[in-house]
Design a binder for this molecule. Structure first.
Ligand code: BGC
Length: 760
């Protein structure tokens, strides 16, 4: 064994989150894995809840108990809010724990009144909704927000989203989505924070803090629910709902860290996933839901299934019928069934016959009632139902301002030859060409909750606001999926008359998100042909991309002088983009995910392991190369340009560090260009020799620094032992003593390194 002595970490779970304050107990074990496992956190679930909750449980019938585990969808239809007779019947009998896809104070109040005033026990309802990037004020899609690398701004956006949702009667949001993924074919990559488990944890915790605020029972707070537990980001072939095939190590080191970080941040709800891990779907996966979540991590909140996932156990072939599915899900650790029949139709019988012990049912009910109590629902069931607040909170001016600012921070400048951008604010004629130039719904992006397309400021509208004296001519030139030679010719004619051209290309919002997997990640339809025709005119041209995933931009990067990634930027997105195109805002976003050159390179991500036969350029036989493509990405993780340039010094730190002491890493950053700008210093670590092969570079720190032209500032980033830990072969988190490399710089492919030794 080459890794030398180990530093044992008692609170294994804390390490996953990279929690700086993790208590470290150092137990050097020369050359040996330890014999006895370290104690894990807490036991399974609260033995007893509050007196109120225990009293209720003592008085509930089996049907009422099971009812608390039932969550059904209602809706706000075009004709107005409605419930199905099924939902109304269950509600009136006191056999419904929560309703989702419902908002508006008037409607939620009416439903809550039935629950509280007209049922035997008066237990209040949960109101759940998917609030992925804003409720009414829509922020950039989560992947775009991650590109801001701005935890404060992200937390602020979720505070606003939570406040707006709470003002509309909602008390529970099915967010944040924490699935780490390395497969951009998967449409749901748009909902997460990209490929870095550590960044996913930082952002996930910020989102939970934002939704839940200082107090979960406050009228303007909502409970977050992290999803999809677990390893959903590893679905095979990038297709939704497929199996995963990942090891326990990959589960621990890649897919679980963001979830663990949110437990530390106080999240009270987990959503169990559709997909299998080790052959067992999330909702029936005892290893995930009970052994890890409850026993190891000490989670005492509530676990809800994904939509209809309990009944799908039959389709997966791990339950013979719906009844067995109900039993497997509940006994594995799923408390609430979202939209299905299994719990409500079959559990009463299973419990009455003793096939499912009453104690198991009570435990799940205890989790749900405690969750409701923590939300303040017993004391103030109508606290989030205030019409006056609803009128003023939604799309409030301060919320719109925050949406502009976060949209600006999320923009990533991918290319800017010959300083094509920023355009002069004096331009007189602008041609905005492409299917996404003026589309409101596509400006909002997928899963836009209660976002109203009519509120959205498109790119064309944003340019008109920012350049009121200019003529802004808009040509859609067909749709995202196709144009015609005539439409492209018309676009070319308009480009010829313009001083500058903006090409608005990319995906429709429906081409990203759930059940929106793709195999061809190039620009859909014939947008590349449109781009070529318009670029051939030779006007100064910037491409603005709308997209929810890394696209394969290889031909576009060859031809276009300037490319700005806007993701799906949200309600105020067009204004943020326009201000950036004319230099009122300096682009500062960085990629939270690697952009491949070709789909065949997938999976491609920065924190991969080494190989015994590193790829060579040009490729030599018997190396880890492709015959027909390089192994480097098109754009690496952390990449993004500014309108100015930055220089970075190598990292400086003490050569020898004692375990348990913080490790300070200093970097000098200089603005070497002619405009002010904000650099993002990134810090990566690597352990050159360990018990297992370790990733070549793992992100462990970042910091923004705003600099005037010519200015230099020293940025100090700090590391802890926890940031260096990994899942050892004996099944625990630990940090080894020995050599570590620290790398800092502009992005994962542009770093300078130094080494230190960690001593016990
Ligand atoms: C999705 C979840 C979502 C749920 C409720 C499911 O299809 O996977 O992320 O929360 O629907 O809308």
């Amino acid at each position: 064994m080459t890794h030398g002595r180990k530093i044992r970490i008692l609170t294994a779970a804390l390490l996953v989150a990279g929690i700086a304050s993790a208590a470290l107990a150092q137990t050097p074990v020369p050359g040996q894995p330890p014999s006895a496992p370290a104690p894990v956190v807490a036991q399974h679930a609260p033995e007893r809840a509050s007196a109120r909750v225990e009293d209720l449980i003592a008085r509930m019938t089996i049907a009422e108990k099971v009812g608390q585990l039932v969550l059904l969808s209602s809706n706000r239809a075009v004709t107005g809010p409605y419930t199905t007779p099924d939902v109304t019947g269950a509600l009136e009998r006191g056999e419904l724990g929560g309703i989702f896809n419902t908002y508006d104070v008037a409607f939620t109040r009416q439903l809550q009144e039935t629950a509280v005033k007209h049922t035997r026990l008066g237990i209040p309802l949960l109101f759940g909704f998917d609030v992925l990037h804003g409720h009414r004020t829509i922020f950039p899609v989560p992947l775009g927000q991650a590109a801001s690398f701005d935890l404060k701004a992200i937390e602020g956006a979720e505070r606003i989203a939570g406040r707006e949702a709470a003002a509309a009667g909602i008390n529970w949001v099915f967010a944040p989505m924490l699935d780490v993924t390395r497969d951009p074919r998967w449409g749901r990559i748009v909902e997460g924070a990209g490929e870095s488990p550590w960044l996913g944890g930082q952002i996930g915790a910020a989102r939970v803090r934002g939704f839940q605020g200082e107090r979960l029972d406050a009228d303007d707070s909502v409970a977050a629910c992290v999803k999809h537990f677990g390893a959903n980001g590893a679905v095979e072939s990038g297709r939704d709902y497929t199996a995963t095939s990942v090891s326990e190590r990959a589960l621990r080191e890649i897919y679980l860290p963001p979830f663990k970080a949110t437990v530390a941040a106080g999240v009270r709800c987990f959503m169990a996933a559709f997909n299998t891990f080790d052959g067992v779907p999330g909702v029936a996966n005892r290893h995930l839901l009970t052994d890890i979540l409850r026993k190891e991590w000490g989670f005492q909140g509530v676990v809800v299934s994904d939509f209809g996932a309990v009944e799908e156990l039959v389709t997966h072939g791990i339950a013979a019928d719906r009844e067995e599915a109900a039993k497997r899900a509940l006994t594995a650790g799923t408390d609430i069934e979202m939209q299905g029949e299994a719990f409500r139709r079959d559990l009463p019988r299973l419990v009455a016959s003793g096939a499912v012990p009453m104690a198991v049912l009570d435990d799940a009910v205890r989790h749900v009632l405690t969750f409701k109590e923590e939300l303040g629902l017993f004391d103030k069931p109508f606290g989030r139902m205030d019409e006056a607040r609803e009128r003023t909170a939604l799309f409030a001016p301060a919320h719109r301002q925050a949406a502009i600012e976060l949209a600006e921070k999320s923009l990533v400048l991918l290319k800017n030859d010959r300083e094509t951008l920023p355009f002069s604010p004096d331009v007189r004629r602008i041609a905005v060409i492409g299917p996404l130039a003026d589309d409101r719904a596509d400006t909002l992006g997928p899963w836009a909750a209660n976002g109203q397309p009519d509120d959205a400021i498109t790119l064309a509208a944003g340019l008109r606001q920012v350049l009121p004296k200019a003529v802004v001519e808009v040509v859609s030139a067909g749709s995202v999926n196709g144009s015609s030679p005539e439409a492209r010719a018309a676009a070319v004619a308009v480009a010829r008359t313009a001083d500058v051209v903006v090409l608005a290309l990319g995906e429709k919002s429906t081409q990203s998100g759930e059940a929106a997997s793709r195999t061809d990640l190039g620009l859909p339809g014939d947008q590349m042909e449109l781009a070529r025709d318009v670029l051939a005119v030779g006007r100064p041209t910037a491409v603005v991309l709308f997209h929810g995933r890394p696209l394969v931009l290889t031909p576009l990067v060859k031809d276009a002088p300037a490319i700005l990634s806007a993701w799906f930027p949200g309600s105020m997105g067009g204004l943020a983009i326009a201000r950036t195109l004319v230099g009122e805002n300096e682009p500062r976003g960085r990629l939270p995910v690697t952009f491949p050159r070709a789909v065949g390179q997938i999976p491609i991500y920065h924190d991969h392991l080494r190989t015994g036969r590193p790829p060579t350029n040009p490729p030599r036989p018997y190396t880890a190369s492709y015959l027909d493509e390089g192994t480097e990405p098109l754009f690496p993780f952390g990449y993004g340009l500014s309108y100015t340039d930055f220089g970075f010094s190598p990292p400086r730190m003490a050569p020898i560090v004692k375990a348990g002491e913080p490790i300070a890493v200093a970097v000098d950053v200089t603005n070497t260009g002619r405009r002010p700008g904000t650099a993002l210093v990134q810090l990566y670590v690597n352990q050159p020799v360990a018990e297992i092969s370790r990733p070549v570079k793992e992100l462990r720190g970042f910091q923004h620094v705003a600099l005037k032209p010519g200015e230099t500032r020293t940025v100090t980033l700090s590391l802890t032992d926890a940031d260096l830990a990994y899942w050892h072969q004996d099944g625990r988190w630990a940090t080894d003593a020995g050599r570590f490399r620290v790398m800092t710089g502009a992005n994962v492919a542009d770093l300078q390194a130094a080494e230190f030794t960690l001593q016990n």
